[in-house]
Design a protein around this ligand. Structure first.
Ligand SMILES: *C/C=C(C)/C=C/C=C(C)/C=C/C1=C(C)CCCC1(C)C
Length: 237
């Protein structure tokens, strides 16, 4: 079945909210990628890599959404594998963004690797809980949650926050905005996880669909992150 049939018979649109969010998510990621790639060269050299990484994040997501959309249409089940491959590529790139904007303030590569390592633990634990050992989903979710809070700690209170404060100005402002995305935007994901797995939390998010929550989270966080970096490049022209 292809997307045209689904559009014609109404499965995309009011008929199936989940399919619709995959569809619109794919489009949004594509549009954001074109925007970041085209804008890149119009900005100061020192921000070009950051904007490029913003574009790579949304581009990688666009490709995965293309496949996830298809997978969901064909099987009616969550494209968990594609989802986590997407995240394992894009979340470390978001950690790279923190490093890139703080580099001029003296950020060390070790900060970046620490964040990449923590976010990898978070995602591997989430994948195990969803796919390999769902009977213990709440334990894997807890492990992922601890790694997540460690990342939050690093950027809000740890080394990264001190560097951002010392940099001041537009860099500090951008760092703060990214911190809010991680604290509030990334907190959308554990809600999706709880809606899609069994645990002490079963029933609390029962009426919600995991994929819709993840798709909304991705659109907010991936495009939002990129726009913060883009804004930084504009501010410090
Ligand atoms: C672009 C994709 C992003 C920003 C994905 C972020 C994913 C998370 C912050 C996932 C976090 C999770 C927990 C904190 C606990 C439950 C398991 C996860 C992996 C869903």
């Amino acid at each position: 079945m292809n997307i045209l049939n689904l559009l014609i018979d109404g499965s995309v649109g009011s008929g199936n909210v989940v399919t619709f969010t995959f569809f619109i998510g794919c489009m949004a990621m594509m549009a954001a990628s074109v925007f970041f790639f085209l804008e890149m060269n119009g900005h100061d050299k020192k921000w070009r890599t950051s904007i490029l990484v913003s574009g790579l994040i949304t581009f990688i997501a666009a490709v995965h959404y293309w496949y996830m959309r298809e997978y969901y249409i064909e099987t009616g089940t969550s494209p968990t594998f594609f989802r986590y491959v997407d995240w394992i590529l894009t979340v470390p790139l978001m950690c790279v963004e923190f490093y890139l904007i703080l580099k001029a303030a003296g950020a060390q590569k070790s900060l970046m690797w620490k964040m990449i390592w923590l976010s990898t633990v978070m995602l591997v634990a989430g994948y195990v809980g969803e796919s390999i050992d769902p009977a213990n989903a709440q334990l894997w979710g807890l492990l992922a949650g601890l790694a997540y809070f460690w990342v939050v700690y690093e950027i809000w209170l740890g080394g990264a926050s001190k560097l951002a404060a010392s940099a001041g100005g537009a860099v500090h402002k951008a760092h703060k905005a990214l911190c809010w995305f991680v604290l509030v935007g990334w907190a959308i994901y554990p809600i999706g996880y709880m809606a899609g797995t069994e645990g002490w939390y079963s029933g609390i998010f029962g009426g919600l669909d995991m994929d819709v929550i993840y798709n909304v989270g991705d659109a907010i966080n991936k495009i939002g992150f990129g726009l913060v970096v883009y804004q930084l490049a504009c501010d410090s022209k």
